[in-house]
Write a protein that binds this ligand. Structure first.
Ligand code: GUN
Length: 297
C-alpha cells in the first residue's frame, strides 16, 4: 500500500492562513510584528532559506528585513548589532542564520539574543525551559515536526521515536520536546549519532523515525519498521545531469524504496522545510503579542 505523504507545504499554508487572520485581527498598521534575519556567510543555500522565510513573512503580514554581513564580520561586531536589535521596537523576532563562520562562537551569539525575541528558541534560557517543560519559544524545526504529525492525527504518546542526529537545532531540542509528560508528547526517545554502532538496530525498532544528519539517501528500506512513520529533515544537493540546474534536492531517506514499506513519510522538498518556516512565523507573532501586551483571547 502507498504511504500517506505528510504534506508540509499544504499544512504550512493552512497555518500561514491562520497566522494571517490573527495578525489582521490583533495588530494595526502602526504596530506590525517584525522579524530581522542576519546572514553572516556567503552560502547560497542560507540565502535561499532566508529569502523564503522573508517571503512567507510578507504573505502573512509580518514586516521583515535581512541584514547581510560579510564573512569577515567579527564576533564582537555581530554581538554589537544584536544588542542594538534587542532594543529596536520594530523587531519582535531576531534570527541569526546558521551555520556561522568558524571564527564566530554560535553559542555565544545565541546567548546575546534577547530571550523575548529569540524566535529560533536557541538562547540557552529557552533551551533550558524546553528541557524542564516550561513555556518557551520552541526551535522551529522540532516544533514543525510535532505540528505536522499532530495535524495528521498521528499520536506520539507511548511510541518509540528514534532521532538520527544530535544537533542543537534539531536532534537535541526534538528529543526534549518528545519526552515531555504531555498529551502531545510522552514518547520513548532514542538519539543516534555518528558514534552509534549498528544504527539499524535502533532504526528498525522505531515507530517514528526522524533523520536529521545531512547524508543523502542514507536511510534504506531494510532499516525501517513496517508501517512506521518516517520524517526526513535532510536537505541535500546531489548531482543530477538530467536537470537544467545540474543538481537536485534529496533528503536523508531513500524515499522511493522506504516509502514502499512505511505508513507515513515526508517528501523532500515539501515536508519539514515549509513547517519550519510556518513555526518561525508563529513564534514571531507570539513574540510580538507578548512584547506589545496583546492578549490572544
Ligand atoms: N540553519 C538551519 N536551520 C536553521 C534554523 O531553524 N534557524 C537558524 N537560525 N539557522 C538555521
Amino acid at each position: 500500500m502507498n504511504p500517506v505523504n505528510l504534506d508540509g507545504k499544504l499544512i504550512a499554508q493552512v497555518i500561514k492562513n491562520e497566522i494571517k487572520s490573527l495578525i489582521e485581527n490583533k495588530f494595526s498598521d502602526e504596530v506590525k510584528p517584525g522579524l530581522v534575519a542576519i546572514l553572516v556567510n556567503d552560502n547560497p543555500a542560507s540565502r535561499i532559506y532566508l529569502n523564503s522565510k522573508t517571503k512567507s513573512c510578507a504573505e502573512v503580514g509580518i514586516y521583515s528585513k535581512i541584514i547581510e554581513l560579510p564573512v569577515s564580520t567579527s564576533e564582537s561586531e555581530l554581538i554589537d548589532l544584536i544588542k542594538q536589535l534587542n532594543e529596536n521596537d520594530k523587531f519582535h523576532g531576531i534570527l541569526v542564520q546558521q551555520p556561522l563562520p568558524p571564527h564566530i562562537n554560535t553559542n555565544r551569539i545565541n546567548e546575546i539574543i534577547s530571550p523575548e525575541k529569540d524566535v529560533d528558541g536557541f538562547n540557552p534560557i529557552n533551551m533550558g525551559k524546553l528541557l524542564i517543560g516550561d513555556e518557551c519559544f520552541v526551535p522551529c524545526t522540532p516544533a514543525g515536526i510535532l505540528e505536522l504529525i499532530s495535524r495528521y492525527g498521528i499520536a506520539v504518546d507511548g511510541k518509540h521515536c528514534v532521532i538520527i542526529g544530535r544537533s542543537n537545532i534539531v536532534g537535541k531540542p526534538l528529543a526534549a520536546l518528545l519526552i515531555q509528560k504531555s498529551k502531545r508528547a510522552n514518547a520513548t526517545v532514542t538519539i543516534c549519532h555518528s558514534g552509534t554502532k549498528n544504527v539499524e538496530n535502533f532504526t528498525r525498532s522505531a515507530d517514528i523515525l526522524v533523520t536529521a544528519m545531512g547524508f543523502p539517501m542514507f536511510l534504506k528500506e531494510n532499516m525501517v519498521k513496517e508501517n512506521s512513520v518516517v520524517i526526513d529533515v535532510g536537505i541535500n544537493r546531489i548531482e543530477d545531469r538530467t536537470s537544467a540546474k545540474g543538481y537536485k534536492i534529496v533528503g536523508d531517506v531513500d524515499f522511493e524504496n522506504v516509502s514502499k514499506k512505511v505508513s507515513y513519510i515526508t517528501p523532500v522538498p515539501g515536508g519539514v522545510g515549509p513547517m519550519t518556516i510556518a513555526m518561525l512565523l508563529k513564534n514571531t507573532v507570539e513574540a510580538a503579542m507578548k512584547i506589545s501586551g496583546i492578549k490572544n483571547v
